[in-house]
Design a protein around this ligand. Structure first.
Ligand code: 4AD
Ligand code: MG
Length: 428
């Protein structure tokens, strides 16, 4: 059995490919069968006069997504999808599929989402998921090449990682436990052990908003670096994001083509990225007619407005304390703000990274935990990190689905993950 992507090595030879029938057509003297085997697609050409009656009959009865083994001679043909054709001599039916729900016509997105387990097979979804896989591999390669140690952080946690509003709570033998909103606090604990660490895994937020940027389960990569300040942190982020984009451009050219992604702006994504302080951003936004007030977090519409005339990702740094999480370090130059950044993607994709220098002062961190009315006992271990050898450190979290949406040029994060979890969707 030969994989379709290897057909080029077998021109002129008779081979067998096995896969799923995407389409059949032609009923007179010649008929065509398009087969997908997961490595590519190929068209088999069957000439009635040249094959046994039985072979012709099997081909005629094939339904979409039936599994077949096609045997035939490989021919190079520039017009054929994938560049090769099979002159079919035999067709063996492995399994006949029932009438396939997804037809080559327009379906509503809810219908497609209900059939997500089948929709994954379609060409656009395959392209997106292959880009996702490439981005994930690039994440690991980037950090591995830079001597980061990967730390797997718990999913069941006793302390709130980010904020109280969006917690999934579950019963843990009589006590409440939360699904992790972030791995950050745990990865911070591993920082004194290895200096440079990162975690990568699913994170959970009971987002009650139905937007195209929010999932309730999404994947996040979170590096943490000892002795890095907020400026070092942004430099690492721009290198990292540029690397991910470059990898997708380099290794997913076909997929970006299937998605008809205009890659001209992606080609420009190279460090350094421009920066703007939160205060300047608010001023700019007000000038553009936004009603945002100093002190509020920036919403999706403000982010879009801010990126209107910008081609590169943009760092917005030093947000007001009240708009951000408790663990961020107070800005010594303006204690109303914290040393943090959000990285906004261009073309309306919004925030893909949230990062900060961490509060390394025990007493200020305790104060912040109290101010936010978080249960201090649950953070005793986290405070220990400030008691026993505290040190300046910074880190960030990049959301995989939003990053893949931007790179793929697809506007809704629900298609960026094989099985999306949304407020109104737990099926399939
Ligand atoms: O800005 P966030 O909330 O930051 C953190 O969780 C920090 N603990 C990260 C750190 O410093 N280690 O989330 C980081 C990123 C966002 O920029 C966004 O890309 C993604 O995670 N994200 C979501 N993606 C999809 N659906 C959601 N509901 C998301 N919430 C955040
Ligand atoms: Mg954020």
């Amino acid at each position: 059995m030969i994989e379709i992507k290897k057909l080029g090595d077998h021109v002129g030879a008779e081979v067998t490919v096995t896969g799923w029938v995407e389409a059949t057509r032609g009923h007179g003297k010649v008929s065509f069968t398009v087969v997908r085997d997961g490595t590519g697609i190929v068209q088999g050409v069957l000439v009635k006069s040249q094959v046994d009656e039985a072979v012709w009959e099997i081909q005629q009865a094939l339904t979409q997504e039936s599994v077949v083994a096609l045997t035939g001679v490989v021919k190079a043909d520039d017009r054929a999808p994938g560049g090769y054709e099979l002159g079919v001599t035999r067709v063996a039916l492995v399994s006949q599929a029932e009438e396939y729900p997804i037809q080559p016509k327009e379906h509503g997105v809810e219908f497609l989402m209900d059939h997500r387990h089948l929709w994954l097979r379609s060409s656009l979804q395959r392209a997106v998921l292959r880009i996702r896989a490439e981005v994930e591999q690039a994440v690991h390669d980037f950090f591995y090449d830079r001597d980061f140690v990967r730390i797997d952080t718990p999913i069941l946690t006793g302390a709130i990682g980010e904020h109280a509003g969006t917690l999934f709570e579950t019963d843990y033998f009589g006590d409440p436990a939360y699904l992790a909103q972030t791995g950050q606090l745990y990865v911070e604990a591993a920082c004194p052990a290895f200096r440079r660490v990162y975690c990568f895994g699913p994170t959970f937020r009971a987002e009650k908003s139905k937007t195209r940027r929010h999932l309730t389960e999404f994947w996040m990569v979170e590096p943490e670096v000892a002795f890095a300040d907020s400026d070092d942190n942004m430099r690492l982020q721009e290198k990292f994001v540029s690397y991910l984009v470059a990898r997708a451009l380099e290794r997913c050219e076909d997929e970006l083509g299937v998605l008809e992604r205009d890659t001209s702006l992606l080609e420009k994504v190279k460090p350094p990225f421009p920066r703007i302080s939160y205060s300047d951003a608010v001023e700019e936004l007000q000038g553009k007619g936004s009603e945002v007030e100093w002190g509020q977090d920036l919403g999706a519409s403000d982010e879009t407005l801010l990126m209107e005339d910008r081609e590169l990702p943009l760092f917005v740094h030093d947000y007001p304390k009240g708009a951000k999480a408790f663990y961020m370090k107070e800005n010594p130059e303006d204690p109303r703000t914290v040393l943090c950044d959000d990285l906004l993607a261009p073309e309306g994709y919004g925030e893909i990274i949230g990062g900060s220098q961490r509060e390394d002062d025990l007493h200020r961190l305790q104060e912040r935990i109290r101010e936010e009315k978080l249960p201090e006992e649950a953070y005793a271990w986290y405070l220990d990190l400030r008691r026993y050898g505290t040190f300046p450190h910074s880190g960030f979290g990049l959301g995989i689905e939003r990053t893949v949406a931007w790179i793929s040029g697809r506007h809704h994060v629900r298609e960026m993950i094989p099985f999306p979890r949304l407020m109104n969707r737990l099926y399939p």
